[in-house]
Design a protein around this ligand. Structure first.
Ligand code: DCP
Ligand code: MG
Length: 441
């Protein structure tokens, strides 16, 4: 009889092997006692951490190298095509300085010997889906962020898997390598913010752990740009105020930060201290009603985006009314020109089914995102669904709401009678064909 193999991490300080997954006994050993691999993972909080961020390494390039093994040791750039920029480069090309979004001619100046392949999106989408399905076998709580990355919440899955989340994740990384033929990097922590930071930490084929006990010290040494939402422009604002390091934010009061930077100040305060209570939301878990549009060309101007938002809000509202439901939370979704998905939410005082409220809430969210970024997709929706008898009460703080509800009711009657085009609001009028929908759902 074989002794039952246990994958529970007995001693987190001794850790386990990322290649053969066996627990280790010696916390000082440099190689796995069983297989000799140097890829040992140890951390005092290894038992307890369960929020993960997984990101594929050099995704498009990895897929192409998988399909053309002769390119394995060559510098590879995926790019060109209409946009004339680098989509991604393999890690060999990155050593030469090639980066995503770099103009192609510059990339080839830096690395003239590189092989260049045009992106094959259809293929990458299929591979991305395959990886995602494998994630969903680990936990229902998988929140995709882009084509090659997602958050996973593995809390409470220890019993199901018979092993700690850390080992489940290492096994997953190994499985992706064997079955899909590409590599991933894993970040494990107690919150989304630090899980994402960790996954970037020792790419490629990385696995980094950030525990609660070390979070403050770790963050203190990092620049403010590490914080989610601190882009170039906001970092410049902070720099003008003399703030460049997270350590500085850790000494500041919440009130001061909020007074200076509004809701972003609140975020700075909490994230600088490693406090992030956002939950991992499953892709299909929370029921929602939404509509989205992919543009023919990327759009950045509010004047282009707002009318589309208005039209989509009306579509969502019509679906809600038809189903007799309303949503408590309005969600704006944007996909940037480089395929990053941004979602922004606002919870309302009570559920709504009105196009006007959905739109005006979405508009508030969109305003903060129209910073010159070019978008290829916009979507709006509502979540936290409820029966519509509690929706849009007439004694709303906003007294105009009742009037708007009545007006919308009248518009709906006209539309029912004479068709959708009969009544167009100022926002959608004449703009309907600018962002021609390719997909709605
Ligand atoms: N992408 C793109 N243009 C960009 C950035 C990314 O087309 N400016 C595409 C190509 C990438 C994929 O999205 O392969 C995933 O983006 P990542 O930022 O995760 O980059 P990679 O996976 O390529 O590399 P990394 O190992 O840094 O994650
Ligand atoms: Mg990636």
């Amino acid at each position: 009889m074989f002794a039952a193999m246990t994958f529970a991490v007995n001693d987190p300080e001794a850790g386990f092997c990322r290649d053969c997954l066996r627990p280790q006994a010696d916390a000082a050993a440099r190689r796995c006692a069983a297989c000799g691999s140097p890829r040992l993972l140890r951390h005092a909080e290894l038992h307890r951490l369960s929020i993960a961020h997984i990101d594929c390494d050099a995704f498009y390039a990895a897929v192409e190298k998988r399909d053309r093994p002769e390119l394995r040791d060559r510098p590879l750039i995926i790019g060109g095509g209409k946009r004339g920029v680098v989509s991604t480069a393999c890690y060999i090309a990155r050593i030469k300085g090639v980066r995503s979004a770099m103009p192609m001619f510059k990339a080839l100046e830096a690395c003239p010997e590189a092989v260049v392949i045009k992106p094959d999106m259809e293929k990458y989408v299929l591979v991305g889906r395959e990886v995602r399905r494998m994630m969903q076998a680990l936990t229902p709580l998988v929140e995709p962020i882009s084509i090659d990355e997602a958050f996973l919440d593995l809390s409470g899955t220890q019993k199901l898997h018979g092993m700690a989340p850390a080992i489940v994740l290492a096994r997953f990384a190994r499985q992706v390598e064997r079955e899909v033929g590409i590599t991933v990097s894993v970040g494990l922590s107690y919150c989304k913010f630090l899980a994402k930071v960790a996954s970037d930490f020792n790419k490629p084929r990385g696995f980094a752990v950030i525990g609660e006990a070390e979070a403050l010290d770790f963050l203190a040494e990092q620049p403010v740009t590490l914080i989610w939402g601190v882009g170039k422009a906001f970092a410049a604002t902070l720099a003008r105020d003399g703030i460049t390091q997270i350590a500085q934010l850790q000494t500041m009061e919440r009130g001061t930060l909020m007074k200076r930077y509004g809701t972003m100040g609140d975020r700075l305060y909490h994230l600088a201290r490693g406090q992030d209570t956002r939950r991992v939301h499953a892709e299909h878990g929370a029921k929602s009603v939404s509509a989205e549009t992919t543009f023919d060309i990327d759009l950045a101007a509010p004047g282009d985006l707002v009318p589309v938002l208005r039209a989509l809000s009306e579509t969502v509202s019509a679906r809600l009314k038809k189903a007799g439901i309303a949503g408590h939370t309005v969600t704006l979704k944007l996909k940037t020109h480089d395929f990053k998905i941004r979602t922004r939410n606002r919870r309302l005082s009570d559920p709504t089914r009105l196009a006007d409220r959905i739109f005006s809430t979405g508009l508030g969210l969109l305003e903060k995102e129209t910073d010159g970024t070019r978008y290829r997709l916009i979507g709006i929706g509502v979540a936290d669904l409820a029966p519509d008898d509690r929706a849009d009460p007439s004694d709303l703080v906003d007294t105009a709401a009742r009037k708007r509800a009545l007006a919308e009711g009248a518009v709906d009657v006209l539309r029912e009678k004479f068709g959708k085009k009969a009544v167009e609001t100022g926002y959608t009028f004449g703009k309907g064909n600018r962002g021609r929908p390719q997909r709605e759902g």
